[in-house]
Design a binder for this molecule. Structure first.
Ligand SMILES: [Zn+2]
Length: 263
């Protein structure tokens, strides 16, 4: 097996969380030993930025995003947009705005979420940065938002992170120019719709990620997730598409580099 020599990019992780405080170095040794060549650290609200930045100082293969998650809208203040803009302009390692989006699974405050989402999308377009989109039980609303922006030629490019939608939704996001990122949930036996999407997505339009520490892939389900486990996502997609591990690693790496300009 050539598993461990392929280059892989974990396009979405949160190792700033305190459940990595004890062993972040060890976690990095493991991702390095498994061929993870670059990582994109996602941000859920601005107070995280200094800590994420120092993680990027610690691990040279780390890039990061800045943004406000739809379940963190209470962190949005008058000055937040300026803070995000300054953070993005100050550090070349900021390669995306996010994670941003809509979550109607865990919350119902759609208008509040939109009020935080729209300015971030406009900022991303202005800075020519891609967005990392969290979208849960809100595909219809999200497509509406993107379609409106696309009509005015001001929709940023980006990725639908932790894909959990169906084929019809995937096709719409692809048509709007978005990439699709698969995470641990593609390894779940019952995730039939996600499997269908992984089979159909064009080879030049998908990424892989862990969303560590959440949503560990099989065979680590239920435990803390970490970037080295991204290989299980690659492996599952390779089985679904009847392609080799290295082909999937290669396409997803190439796509992540194209979208985010990663090393
Ligand atoms: Zn995330």
């Amino acid at each position: 097996m050539s598993d461990h020599i392929s280059s892989i990019i974990d396009s979405h992780c949160h190792i700033v969380f305190s459940n990595f405080d004890e062993d972040r170095e060890k976690v990095a040794e493991r991702w390095r030993s498994q061929g993870v060549k670059a990582l994109l650290h996602a941000c859920v609200e601005p107070s995280e930025i200094p800590a994420i930045k120092s993680i990027a100082d610690q691990f040279e293969e780390m890039r990061y995003s800045v943004g406000v998650h739809p379940l963190d809208v209470h962190h949005w203040k008058e000055e937040t947009l300026d803070i995000l803009k300054k953070a993005a302009l100050d550090d070349k390692r900021v390669v995306a705005i996010g994670e941003l989006g809509l979550d109607l699974f865990k919350a119902e405050n759609l208008n509040e979420q939109l009020a935080v989402l729209i300015p971030q999308l406009k900022l991303a377009f202005e800075l020519n940065l891609p967005v990392i989109v969290h979208c849960r039980d809100a595909a219809k609303e999200m497509i509406e938002v993107f379609s409106k922006l696309a009509k005015n030629d001001c929709c940023p490019k980006g990725v639908m992170h932790c894909w959990s939608g169906n084929l019809k939704e995937m096709r719409e996001f692809l048509n709007l120019g978005f990439y699709i990122s698969f995470s641990g949930n593609v390894t779940f036996k019952n995730a039939v719709e996600i499997h269908e999407c992984a089979k159909e997505v064009p080879h030049n339009r998908f990424l892989v990620e862990t969303d560590s520490p959440f949503l560990s892939p099989v065979p680590h389900r239920g435990k803390r997730n970490e970037p080295s486990f991204v290989k299980h996502v690659v492996k599952k997609i390779s089985e679904l598409r009847s392609q080799s591990f290295s082909e999937i690693a290669e396409s997803s790496t190439k796509n992540a580099r194209e979208l985010f300009g990663l090393p």
